[in-house]
Design a protein around this ligand. Structure first.
Ligand SMILES: Nc1nc2c(c(=O)[nH]1)N[C@H]1C(S)=C(S)[C@@H](COP(=O)(O)OP(=O)(O)OC[C@H]3O[C@@H](n4cnc5c(=O)[nH]c(N)nc54)[C@H](O)[C@@H]3O)O[C@H]1N2
Ligand SMILES: Nc1nc2c(c(=O)[nH]1)N[C@H]1C(S)=C(S)[C@@H](COP(=O)(O)OP(=O)(O)OC[C@H]3O[C@@H](n4cnc5c(=O)[nH]c(N)nc54)[C@H](O)[C@@H]3O)O[C@H]1N2
Ligand SMILES: [Mo]
Length: 754
């Protein structure tokens, strides 16, 4: 990946001790006006997250019920909507002037900063440039390729979590009617471990809380999450909970600003001071120490008077005795080695849990992107079950999702391993026999292209090449595809590292008015707390040729399938209510879909949350036993975690600053403990290359990072993604979920250029 020249101006200052406040408001508004102009900025920002407004695309945090603020958005939501609403457009002339080779030499930031894609483009086999193509010809080209494959499993249909429920439902229908379950999505790299861990224990792969539960909690545990940057509106909920008397326990290797204090920009009081203190305790745990920590906490809770909800355990769970035996025998030395904490710190945490009758457990990527992520999540569940913290007000499990509709996409059937009942319902509704073999997840998809078992890649959004692990392997694999099709809003690495024939199909963003079929259409999304609601774009589309995702999926499906199975693709584009009628008959919990979203939305059913019914094979919630494995790091090596800066959305780099961590004008930094610097013979400011070491014997390298002395546990370093993705081996995956271990990469540092 090319390196930004601006990196030369990289400056490092002290990290912030609190999040948001006045700078956040000022930045979000000036940014929006600069990118969109004042009229569009005002219209878009005021519609964000309002009833009948635009659902923010920056994260999956829910909107408050009832009264909302006039400005119901955060700094990063404003960035996301401004980034979509930019005035710049990428015309066909741009592609005539820039060959693929030229584009390959540009940075990710530069590519996206060119503006909105507005014309369908094709790179023909052997061509050096993208050229314009008509929609009809583009659809026909896809049909020719897909219908010439030896079998439907040679095609892969990827989805990024921004797609609406309507687009996602039709897209999986298209893939399955074509004949494959090859439906990898960004969840495979994100919360897949959560879905696996929760399904195995409480019977449903989704969180069990509402916003109100956070407000009413006595204790909120925030593990492996940086809400100040990635879910800023969660800070408002934490602030409310604090005001109601809650305590907060943060578990994170880094003292993230948003976990420490929050200066609420929506309150006048917040504009002046340093706001509300959030975390009462911060455990600076070593990377991947969480499984050990929660086993130790379980052990201590068994001995704490009144900490166990025996009645809940007896009535609603199974497997307790075995878990108890294992928890009582926990290996203290192993816990201390894995966590890097002292026993008394762990006792403090356990005492906070013991004292709380209503605890919410929140978590994100610091938990899910590890080798034993699924086991860790099951251990959260063990402790929640032990204390009866599921299915009562103020308590529960709260995986905090990333992409704004990643949860809804899964509900709509974007899943490479669909359950049989879903396929039965889909087949019955549309009169065909869906394929039954499980499909490829994200990692398997790369391997299938690498090994030439797959040939055509279709992406509904996202930036697969940059988001995936092992960038060099992924890039080579995708370049080998006979056809890649990207439905996109902005130019990115996946358009450059494209197949031999490559299509870019430009689409409307969520903030734009969708007039498909000649009427105003709305779409729906499901947030992290299973609330489904409508989103309606307001601003004029970036270009006259743009089509909605629904329209593009229907165009592709009609061209590829013709009238196979008699699915009325064209009719869906006339009125999205027709799609929702179909969803209501296929997806449980979606009855009366159209009526209920017109009425402000609804909550998807969730047995454990609603009635303490656990849809597991045993009919009860399941205590599970996971062996405590302490991962070894060879001498002189460090564990790298790959994280987001405050100025990016996944692979979209808005700018080169990370205000909260004291970084300006650069991204190629490695945060490292001062003791490691000294031990390894380096100093703050030195330039190094990172070399990752893995059991396959391959040494992967990423060049030119500046070392930054930082408050991170000894042995644990951090650097930004996607620059570090070349270091994550494709085979380095979480057990069971297959998620790339983006938070556990063993590296050594070498002096740059040697
Ligand atoms: N502005 C903005 N918002 C976003 C995104 C974005 O890129 N920008 N991305 C969206 C998406 S798709 C997602 S999934 C979410 C991601 O939201 P987060 O999960 O908050 O994202 P990361 O930056 O990966 O942060 C991981 C956190 O886990 C901590 N951590 C790392 N390893 C461990 C560990 O072993 N144990 C513990 N306890 N903690 C650990 C890190 O120090 C860091 O604070 O945000 C969503 N929202
Ligand atoms: N090393 C490392 N790798 C990671 C992670 C990590 O923490 N560390 N995190 C992982 C996680 S949690 C995730 S979710 C994935 C993210 O993986 P993806 O979802 O694939 O990637 P994004 O960067 O969110 O995709 C950005 C692109 O989406 C397109 N886009 C934006 N809006 C729209 C829209 O409305 N419609 C359409 N069709 N396209 C749109 C634009 O063209 C933009 O360039 O990355 C994963 N990769
Ligand atoms: Mo994500």
């Amino acid at each position: 990946m090319p390196i930004d020249e601006a990196e030369e101006r990289l400056r490092v200052g002290p990290p912030a001790d609190h999040a948001a406040g006045l700078p956040a408001v000022r930045l979000s508004v000036t940014n929006a006006v600069r990118r969109m102009g004042i009229v569009k900025a005002t219209r878009n920002l005021l519609a964000l997250n309002q009833v009948d407004g635009v659902d923010c695309m920056s994260c999956a945090w829910p909107d408050p019920q009832g009264k909302r603020h006039t400005a119901e958005f955060c700094e990063n939501g404003a960035k996301a909507i401004s980034w979509e609403g930019v005035r710049e457009t990428v015309e066909p002339a741009f592609f005539a002037a820039h060959s693929l080779e030229d584009l390959a030499g540009r940075t990710d930031h530069w590519l996206e900063a060119q503006g909105r894609l507005i014309h369908p483009m094709v790179r023909r086999d052997g061509g050096t440039h993208y050229e314009p193509i008509s929609w009809d010809e583009a659809f026909a080209l896809v049909a020719t390729h897909l219908n010439a494959l030896d079998g439907p499993d040679e095609a892969v249909f990827y989805t990024s979590g921004r797609a609406s429920n309507e687009a996602a439902f039709l897209y999986q229908l298209f893939a399955r009617a074509y004949g494959t379950n090859n439906l990898p999505d960004c969840s495979n790299m994100c919360h897949e471990s959560t879905s696996a861990g929760l399904a195995a224990t409480i019977g449903i792969g989704k969180g069990s809380v509402s916003l109100q539960d956070l407000h009413e909690a006595e204790l909120i545990v925030v593990s492996g999450q940086n809400p100040g940057t990635n879910h800023p509106r969660m800070l408002t909920a934490l602030e409310t909970a604090k005001r109601n008397g809650a305590r907060i326990l943060a578990i994170n290797p880094l003292p993230e600003a948003g976990l420490l204090r929050f200066d609420n920009p929506q309150k006048a009081r917040g504009l002046a001071g340093r706001g509300t203190g959030l975390a009462d305790e911060l455990l600076q745990i070593r990377s991947n120490g969480d499984l050990a920590l929660w086993q130790a906490i379980g052990h201590l809770l068994l001995q704490a008077p009144g900490a166990v909800d025996r009645d809940f355990v007896d009535r609603y769970t199974t497997g307790f005795d075995e878990w108890e035996r294992h928890a009582r025998a926990v290996d203290r030395a192993a816990v201390l080695a894995a966590t890097g904490l002292t026993w008394s710190q762990i006792e403090t945490a356990a005492a906070m849990l013991a004292a709380s009758k209503r605890t919410v457990h929140c978590w994100a990527m610091g938990i899910t992107q590890h080798h034993n992520a699924v086991a860790t999540i099951k251990e959260f569940v063990n402790v929640a079950l032990l204390q009866g913290n599921i299915g009562k007000p103020g308590a529960g499990l709260c995986p905090v999702r990333g992409h704004s509709n990643v949860q809804g996409d899964r509900t709509m059937g974007i899943w490479e391993k669909p359950p049989a009942w879903f396929l039965d319902a889909l087949g019955a509704e549309f009169g065909f026999a869906p394929p039954r073999l499980p499909g490829h997840d994200a990692v398997d998809a790369v391997k299938a292209f690498r090994d030439r078992r797959a040939k055509v890649f279709v992406a509904l959004g996202g930036n697969f090449v940059a988001a995936m692990s092992d960038t060099d392997v992924t890039t080579a694999a995708m370049r080998d595809a006979t056809l890649t099709v990207q439905v996109s809003t902005k130019l990115n690495r996946s358009h450059v590292a494209a197949g031999r024939t490559a299509l870019i199909l430009p689409t409307l963003g969520r903030s734009e008015q969708d007039m498909t079929g000649g009427k105003v259409q709305r779409v729906t999304v499901e947030d992290s707390m299973s609330e489904v609601h409508a989103s309606r774009g307001r601003s004029a589309p970036a270009g006259p040729l743009l089509r909605s995702e629904v329209d593009i999926v229907c165009g592709l499906a009609a061209a590829v399938l013709g009238d196979r199975h008699g699915i009325p693709w064209a009719s869906f584009t006339v009125d999205y209510d027709r799609i929702r009628d179909r969803i209501s008959r296929v997806v449980p919990g979606c009855a009366d879909y159209n009526a209920r979203i017109s009425d402000g939305g609804f909550t998807m059913p969730h047995g454990p949350r609603d009635s303490r019914t656990f849809p597991t094979p045993q009919g009860k919630a399941v205590f599970t036993v996971s062996p405590l494995v302490v991962l070894e790091v060879p001498p002189g090596r460090l564990v790298l975690q790959t994280i987001r800066s405050h100025d990016q959305f996944n692979t979209t780099i808005y700018g080169l600053d990370d205000r909260y961590r004291g970084i300006r004008s650069g991204r190629r930094v490695v945060f490292i403990n001062a003791l490691d610097l000294a031990e390894l013979g380096f100093a703050d400011g030195d330039m190094v290359d990172l070399v990752s070491e893995f059991s396959d014997g391959v040494e992967r390298r990423a060049a030119r990072f500046r070392l930054v002395s930082y408050d991170t546990p000894k042995g644990c370093v951090a650097a930004y993604y996607p620059e570090t993705n070349p270091l994550v081996p494709l085979d380095s995956q979480a057990a069971v979920s297959g998620t790339p271990t983006s938070k556990w990469v063993v590296v050594r540092l070498v002096v740059s250029g040697t």
